[in-house]
Design a protein around this ligand. Sequence first.
Ligand code: PGA
Length: 259
Amino acid sequence: MRSDFSLRNVVIAGNWKMNKTKAETEAFFDAVKEVEVKAGVEAIVCVPFPYLITAKRLTENTAVQIGAQTMHFEKNGAFTGEVSPVMLQDIGVTHVIIGHSERREYFNETDETVNKKVLAAHEHGLTPIVCVGETLEQRENNETLSHIEQQVSYALAGLSAEQVKQTIIAYEPIWAIGTGKTASSEDANEVCAHIRSVVSKVASSEAANEITILYGGSVNMKNIDELLATSDIDGALIGGASLEADSYKKLIEAGNRRK
Ligand code: PGA
């Protein structure tokens, strides 16, 4: 299946994970506020819950969008410590990472809760950034494509083709996250192309062509151009290299170059 890159936006999404203070958050957004983001490029930063409102305020009238890193699937109720999609929508958050491998590994996220959260995100007008990825063992056992197929099919179950198009999928091989080991651009692209064929099966070929698929795992300013030069990778989900404003701005410049 050939995909048409020109239909899709380039997405440069930062994932700060559990990092930064309020002062560091303010300094970051002060430094990125004037960044040029070309038409067809989206710059998103997913910050910890306590800084969402600050980040929203500091990015008003800029091209930078703000996302959360997880959420509950219920609207409200007796779920001590949780944050709901209604709350995120209420404060103007536009994106939410769902099913990051760290959430799956340390906080019992399953394909089932991921699916509930993806549905809830759409119900409340949030764009889910759904993470999928294999372990090193699965890769060595040649189980990558079947594992990804299962995660993607589960995550998208029950969505309309329209909602599928509005979903972002991030392919993040677990062995590449925070390790400095990036998948080769060929290997990463092969899996992203496979994700498109799964989307074609579970939704439609049109949705497969339009859905945004990111690569994540040790992306930095040295390797991003090569990853973005492939046919099926539309952008990146970036942890470590998104923490410093200078480096995040360079990643956006790479996105601008691609458009
Ligand atoms: P990394 O993290 O860029 O630090 O490898 C990516 C992620 O976990 O989303």
